[in-house]
Write a protein of this length. Structure first.
Length: 167
């Protein structure tokens, strides 16, 4: 519950507020305190096409994928700063970054990376989309590595490493 309340205050760039707070069904008002009686989450309605529907048509244009990824990176950077202030676990940050890497791979290739045995490489981004920068292969090998020392340390490092692939 604490994690949901932390995320409720994050607004970054073109991202929308996902969690307004906790809606107390018994009192019909928004609450910031958690308890066990009649609470439900209140989400903002966002008009537009869901990302999974976009990806069902195939890979995104690189510029569109980069824009989405940079927006998410900006939001995660703020979320991770809030987590540090609250003393939250680093495991959640690592999970966010791995999920972001999986999302980036799918946005750019139109495919999810196949599960591999330890030490095996994921399918090359360059092999799937030859027009993409070759540096992306090294980026994804690191970002999706089982070795934590190879992965970006935080959202800012992730964003910087991803953007460096395009220069």
């Amino acid at each position: 519950m604490k994690e949901l309340l932390l995320r409720g205050g994050i607004i970054a760039g073109s991202l929308v507020l996902v969690l307004y707070g906790l809606y107390d069904l018994t009192r019909r008002r928004l609450r910031r305190q958690a308890d066990d009686s009649g609470l439900a989450l209140a989400f903002e309605l966002v008009e537009g096409e869901p990302l999974d529907a976009v990806l069902a048509r195939g890979p995104m244009a690189p510029a569109d994928a980069r824009r989405v990824l940079m927006d998410v990176c900006a939001a995660l950077t703020k979320a991770h700063l809030k987590r540090r202030e609250q003393g939250a676990a680093e495991a959640a940050t690592a999970a966010d970054l791995q999920a972001l890497a999986l999302l980036a791979y799918e946005m750019l290739t139109g495919k999810r990376p196949e599960e591999t045995e330890e030490g095996e490489e994921i399918t090359s981004v360059k092999a799937l989309r030859p027009e993409l920068p070759a540096k992306l292969d090294d980026f994804f090998a690191a970002a999706l590595s089982g070795d934590a020392a190879r992965r970006p340390a935080d959202a800012a490092a992730f964003c910087a490493a991803f953007e460096a692939c395009w220069s």
